[in-house]
Design a protein around this ligand. Structure first.
Ligand code: PEP
Ligand code: MG
Length: 573
């Protein structure tokens, strides 16, 4: 019989695979480790350094053979950190103190990481994370903890998983995701949604029962996780997997049909993406009619340095081209300028330690101060616009001044490109995310300046209700149907329409079929979501009239409580 743990299923589907632990804590292993004499420990450490460097070389060659130069580059830097003679000296010194080779390795690399962290040069400060990673890798070797086999499919598990961990693994390798924290809008979960990867969050301490390499069955609907299941238990899931396949087939036949009500109101259903490959899958497999949110920060993640304009251009161009290939709808590709900070730190863009990163130096606040980062990105998007229809969207805007300052950068980028004789599109729309209460309140004014709004409910809900989007303890308060939130959304949509502009939504609320009908009644033009959610939302829209949706909206706006609104809408399904 398997050991069972339970969390909250947030992305449905059954996944079977072996565990890949992200951000593994080695403390319990270090305590259990029985050191030999200091001399033997030093010998073991020296041998581990050689073995780990060899393993890294093998992986580097594999990456290079697959033309994955960036991954190879990261590992090569790690190899140098392993082979650094100064480190073997530092490890020996630590063995003299603690007597344990794995502990000495962790301590030696940790103290080096701390030195890096205090350096003035941003690049070196960013190396601290690599140092710790390398120390852990060598310690794991000494402790006999195997590097996970990624031969088959893996289920990535961790207390909190950095977005780059999932973004960095090939799509076809990840069968499922298990998160200790309870967030449904953590970026690791958002990426998982884009790829329809069954996901369970909020397993809390249950994560401690899972070891690297454990075979696991995960049910993304019920939140159940079976660790080391028996043959019989595996068989019992076979029926569920069959049903899953049938539903997929049903949704597949909706793919090329428009999201139109029975009385003729059409809504654009588009995709949230993190890469051009996501755009291709969204358009080809799920019938997205464009992209409503390209989270460009994912282009910046998993790298050791800022991607060059040319590299960014290639990615944006590919996404724009995938959108241009849609046969129905506008084929617009909305590219959001980088939303760094908050829960999306980058090792090479230092924002410093902050008490409240979600209220800190992030998103457009960084872009406006870092011309060196902002201009290449804007130039890349403007150039990509030549290959279809692109739009630029700024995140976290709170006032008109920020928008105008950012828009001025766009004009400057155009002027530069013109002067250099580089091709670009002059018709790229420029809009903003409405994800702060300030932007929603000021929507009637902002609407005069922007080309469009896209409502980011993930942040709008957290800032309006003062409820951290990642805090499991208070997740019961995080409700996009809260009347305060609904009023801000309605105001935003109506303000855009009044000025002849358009409003869309790219927060997770857009993927809720019950929300979709009232948003449509409010006058929303476009709903952008993780592509696998499109068929469910489409089905809801195709089975209602706009007139009925308006009646429902009127009733909802009379109600005083978010939970009641949620229950009421669910009762109509
Ligand atoms: C949002 O805040 O709703 C949004 C779409 O942006 P992100 O989830 O990337 O913060
Ligand atoms: Mg946001």
């Amino acid at each position: 019989m398997a050991k069972k743990i339970k969390g909250k299923g947030v992305i449905s589907g059954i996944a079977i695979g072996n565990i890949l632990l992200a951000g593994q804590n080695l403390d319990s292993y270090l305590v259990a480790y029985k050191p030999s004499s200091k001399k033997t420990e030093k010998k073991k450490a020296a041998e581990a350094l050689i073995a780990v460097a060899e393993n890294l070389k093998k992986s580097i060659d594999e990456f290079l053979a697959k033309d994955l130069k960036e991954q190879a580059g990261i590992l090569d830097a790690h190899r140098m950190m392993v082979e650094d003679p100064a480190m073997s000296g530092a490890i020996d010194e630590q063995i003299d103190i603690s007597g344990s080779a794995p502990k000495a390795v962790i301590d030696a690399y940790e103290s080096q990481a701390q030195i890096f962290e205090t350096m003035d040069d941003e690049y070196f400060r960013g190396r601290a994370v690599d140092m710790r990673d390398v120390g852990k890798r060598i310690a794991k070797h000494l402790l006999g903890i195997k590097e996970p086999e990624i031969a088959g499919k893996v289920i990535v598990a961790g207390k909190d998983i950095e977005p780059s961990v999932i973004a960095g693994l090939p799509t076809d390798k990840i069968a499922g995701v298990i998160l200790g924290v309870g967030s449904t809008t953590a970026h690791a979960v958002i990426i998982a949604k884009t790829r329809a990867i069954p996901t369970v969050v909020g397993v809390g301490d249950g994560i401690q029962h899972i070891a690297d390499g454990d075979p696991v069955i995960l049910d993304g609907s019920t939140g159940e996780i079976l660790i080391r299941p028996s043959e019989k238990e595996r068989d019992s899931y076979a029926e569920k997997i069959k049903k899953q396949e049938e539903l997929k087939a049903y949704y597949a036949q909706l793919k090329d049909k428009p999201a139109i009500t029975t009385d003729g109101k059409e809504v654009e259903l588009v995709a949230n993406i993190g890469s051009p490959a996501d755009a291709k899958a969204a358009v080809e497999d799920y019938g997205a009619t464009g992209v409503g949110l390209f989270r460009s920060e994912f282009v910046f993640m998993g790298k050791t340095d800022v991607p060059k304009e040319e590299d960014q251009f290639k990615q944006y161009k590919a996404a724009v081209e995938h959108c241009a290939a849609v046969t129905h709808g506008e084929g617009l590709c909305v590219i959001r300028t980088m939303d760094i900070g908050g829960d999306k730190p980058l090792p090479y863009i230092q924002v410093g330690k902050e008490e409240n990163p979600f209220l800190g130096y992030r998103a457009i606040r960084i872009s406006l101060r870092r011309k060196d980062l902002f201009m290449p990105q804007l130039r890349a998007i403007l150039r990509a616009g030549v290959y279809g229809k692109a739009a630029i969207m700024f995140p976290m805007v709170i006032n008109v001044d920020e928008f105008l300052a950012a828009k001025q950068f766009v004009e400057d980028a155009k002027a530069e490109l013109t002067q250099e004789g580089v091709k670009f599109s002059d018709t790229v729309q420029v809009g903003i995310m409405v994800e702060t209460p300030a932007a929603a309140v000021m929507a009637p004014i902002l609407a005069k300046y922007v080309d469009f709004f896209s409502i980011g409910t993930n942040d709008l809900v957290q800032y309006t209700l003062a409820v951290d989007r990642g805090n499991a303890q208070i997740s019961y308060l995080y409700n996009h149907f809260n009347p305060a939130v609904l009023r801000l959304i309605k105001r935003t949509i109506e303000s855009a329409n009044k000025e002849g502009k358009w409003a869309g939504m790219c927060g997770e609320m857009a993927s809720d079929p019950n929300a979709a009908i009232i948003l449509m009644a409010m006058g929303i033009k476009e709903l952008s979501m993780s592509a696998p959610s499109i068929p469910r939302v489409k089905e809801r829209i195709r089975n209602i009239t706009l007139a009925r949706a308006k009646e429902i909206l009127a009733e909802v706006m009379e109600m005083e409580d978010g939970d009641k609104i949620k229950d009421y809408l669910a009762s109509l399904e």
